[in-house]
Design a protein around this ligand. Structure first.
Ligand code: NAD
Length: 356
């Protein structure tokens, strides 16, 4: 079904509707309401109790429990979707079919085929489809990208990342689909490549079927290994990543109030010794913490959404990056089901149905 909405012009505000006023949606809705150039036209949640406080906060915005009211409004140019993961495909597809630009929370969809289909619809209709890989818009993550691209780390050996806390247990997806997209999107963005193979082990300790703890190993074409630990079942919240390069190392700790990124001038050098043997020398130099922009990542994400709608540029968190993340998580899911054996990211995609 192909329908249109009134075209975006460069003077009038872009009218955006937000669907999903649960835990996460209101954070983005606040930013959409504050970014000049957007007009928050509708807020929507199927649950009136979730909708009510948000509707009260934006008294000039229309409120509804029926998502179809939004699709049927031809004056709505763009839709923000923050509903449960299992509903993303259905709602994004309908929004695109109605000619709306879309910002959808991660992950784009729960199968590779569906993610690719959405990317193709957006491309064919010339609509912006931005995947809410929030961390790609986070100043410390962008600073690390800048440092990696500058070459100051030297060749990167490996990356290790921990994203654990107590809860929030999701009802429709495992921790793999809930927390995994954050780290995979960050790593793919930093390294500018997509893993070739993924292996994963995980367990459902508290729930019945959906894993609440998972350990992933990603192998990138450049040879970089990345180790990811994700969990809803941990004594304290940790958001810590180490990137180990030959020249320098970086620690990115998102929970640090100010010095979220630290560059360590540390390493081990191999020096030739006698009789063809090598001697290791350890380097332990300064620790540097670069100044970071303090803008809220969601503000940057919403401003970027507006810019992409207005100019037609491909979003930094593009549909293709959304497809790549789904591919990696899907491969991890296959690995989980086969006891942790490494699975190719690109083949085969139709071998099994994912859990969500
Ligand atoms: N970017 C981030 O850092 C981040 C953080 C947390 C969650 N998320 C994502 O945000 C999304 C929502 O997660 P959450 O934790 O807020 O979930 P949630 O369950 O708290 O909220 C989802 C809301 O969607 C509503 N909803 C469900 N079906 C609907 C329908 N048919 N029409 C209208 N409303 C409907 C529910 O009533 C609920 O209020 C997920 O995709 C999640 O992955 C992103």
């Amino acid at each position: 079904m192909q329908r249109g909405c009134s075209p975006v012009n460069h003077i009038a505000p872009v009218r955006v509707a937000a669907v999903g006023c649960g835990y996460w949606g209101p954070n983005v809705i606040r930013n959409l309401s504050e970014v000049p150039g957007f007009e928050l036209a509708w807020v929507c949640d199927a649950d009136p109790a979730r909708l009510a406080p948000v509707a009260t906060r934006y008294p000039t915005t229309r409120a509804t429990t029926r998502i179809d009211d939004i699709f049927a409004d031809p004056t709505v140019h763009a839709v923000y979707i923050a509903t449960p993961v299992s509903s993303h495909y259905r709602f994004v597809k309908r929004a695109l079919d109605f000619g709306k630009h879309v910002l959808v929370e991660k992950p784009l969809a729960t199968t590779v085929e569906r993610a690719e289909e959405l990317a193709e619809i957006a491309r064919a209709r010339g609509l912006t489809l931005l995947v809410g890989h929030t961390f790609v818009f986070s100043p410390p993550v962008r600073k690390v990208k800048e440092l990696i691209d500058s070459g100051m780390l030297g060749p990167i050996y490996y990356v290790e990342t921990t994203r654990v806390n107590l809860g929030l247990f999701q009802k429709d997806v495992s921790v793999l689909w809930d927390l995994g997209p954050h780290d995979v999107s960050i790593l793919n963005y930093w390294l500018n490549e997509v893993p070739t193979h993924v292996s994963a082990r995980g367990r459902s300790y508290v729930g019945e079927a959906l894993e609440d703890v998972a350990f992933l190993t990603l192998e990138y074409p450049s040879g970089i290994l990345a180790q990811l630990q994700i969990s809803w079942l941990a004594p304290s919240k940790l958001r810590r990543t180490s990137i180990v390069g030959r020249q320098k190392m970086i620690v990115y700790d998102d929970l640090e109030p100010v010095e979220k990124v630290k560059i360590y001038d540390r390493g081990v050098d191999r020096q030739p010794a006698s009789f063809g043997e090598f001697q290791l020398t350890y380097r332990s130099g300064d620790i540097l913490s670069p100044r970071l922009d303090t803008t809220e990542p969601l503000r940057i994400e919403c401003e970027h959404f507006l810019e992409c709608i207005r100019t037609g540029r491909t979003p930094d968190a593009s549909p293709q990056s959304g497809v790549d993340v789904v591919r990696v998580i899907h491969a991890a899911e296959r690995s989980l089901r086969t006891g942790g054996s490494p699975q190719p990211v690109y083949e085969p995609v139709a071998a099994m149905e994912p859990t969500p």
